[in-house]
Write a protein that binds this ligand. Structure first.
Ligand code: UDP
Length: 370
């Protein structure tokens, strides 16, 4: 017999999107094979255990959502702790609370009431803001004024994206809340936390009973692999799937430098941002604080933004106009491929958070399986 079709779905990528899809399809009685080129499951949410500390190998992941369905969904696989993300930022030798709130305004100007803070910010917005911000700098100046922009946004953002703030899309900064209360919670969502036991527990739960093969590069044996299943769920880079035939989409890459230290507490917080351009990294993560760890040692990770090239991991899509229209052209090709589902941050070229990836995978699997 030629090329026996053993599976209903070949799922390329064992990250959140692929794992949620595989779980739903398996529940619906379908046979799935999940492959990943890495030697572990979980994609970028994968954690490595370092003597009891879950190290977020591919950058900090803090789960948050407003959607009770998604919260209940992840809670099937792990209990969550009550971690609340409250990063601080170091700028020109001083430390500030994030997101921008009354604590930050007090640290910047010594103001103590919302009215005093608002007066300063409104005056700066009136002087420097514009009605229809066309780029990130204009957006920041129109949202929060000059002092916050120059102290806590400009240099961080230019390091993070490797471009001038005037050449970046405005929407990136809309992720950051502005508050006139003393509330250091970085997110506005109703539900937040870190899975007790780490993210691997969630992925292992999602993939229980699913065939998984690791260390497999889809593009090396594409024809053979595709022949194993009736349909393909592809979660890698959409431009790579089409062999870059319309050109390359741009991404931003990251390099992580992990270090184990013989101290129980290095920086007193899980996330410390470094605004100034003199630091090549944007933030230092101290992983134990995500889980209130009591170990005698600690693990820290410095996060260095890097220019992306094909041999590097693609972490962030660059959702500007040029890349947006190239993606739309690839999407047309994708829609024509009826036996392939494209999903997730890289295949949909979207700056998704975890809860959004899960939401997208649930919506797609529901449509596909019913
Ligand atoms: N940002 C900033 N200063 C900070 C933290 C973030 O200006 O101290 C800006 C920056 O442009 C960044 C965006 O806010 O790209 C979103 O940052 P966040 O940390 O929320 O996103 P993540 O990189 O974790 O996806």
């Amino acid at each position: 017999m030629n090329n026996p079709v053993e599976y209903d779905y070949l799922i390329v990528g064992a990250g959140l999107y692929g794992s949620v899809f595989a779980h739903e399809a398996t529940k619906a009685g379908k046979r799935c094979l999940v492959i990943d080129k890495r030697d572990h499951i979980g994609g970028n949410v994968y954690c490595e255990n370092n003597d009891g500390i879950n190290v977020h190998k591919y950058g900090a992941h803090i789960f948050h959502t407003n959607d009770k369905t998604i919260w209940d969904y992840v809670n099937q696989f792990a209990e969550f702790n009550n971690y609340v993300n409250s990063p601080v930022s170091i700028s020109k030798g001083k430390l500030y609370n994030l997101p921008f709130n009354m604590n930050t305004f007090n640290q910047l100007w010594g103001v103590m009431t919302p009215a005093e803070a608002k007066e300063i910010i409104d005056e700066q917005i009136a002087t420097y803001g514009v009605k229809q911000p066309k780029n990130l700098e204009e957006q920041a100046l129109s949202l929060i004024g000059k002092d916050v922009y120059e102290t806590l946004i400009k240099e961080y953002t230019e390091k993070q994206w490797g471009r001038k703030a005037t050449e970046l899309p405005a929407f990136i900064i809309k992720r950051l809340p502005v508050r006139y209360t003393f509330n250091n919670n970085y997110f506005n969502d109703k539900y937040q936390g870190i899975p007790i036991g780490g993210y691997n527990k969630i992925i292992e739960g999602l993939l229980a009973g699913v065939d998984v093969k690791l260390g497999i590069d889809f593009f090396v044996n594409k024809d053979e692999l595709v022949g194993l299943a009736k349909k393909v769920v592809f979660t890698g880079k959409i431009d790579e799937y089409f062999d870059y035939e319309l050109g390359e989409l741009e991404y931003r890459s990251l390099r992580f430098e992990h270090e184990t230290l013989a101290t129980d507490n290095f920086q007193g917080n899980a996330v410390v941002n470094y605004n100034d351009s003199k630091y090549a990294y944007t933030r230092i993560i101290e992983h134990k604080h995500f889980e209130f760890g009591k170990q005698n040692h600690t693990v820290v990770t410095r996060e260095y933004p890097e220019q992306w090239s094909r041999d590097k991991e693609a972490y962030y899509p660059i959702n500007d106009e040029k890349n947006g229209s190239l993606y739309q052209a690839y999407k047309k090709l994708a829609i024509a491929k009826e036996h392939v589902i494209f999903g997730g941050r890289l295949a949909e070229y979207r700056y998704y958070d975890m809860h959004q990836v899960i939401g997208a995978a649930l919506a797609k699997s529901k449509k596909e399986l019913t």
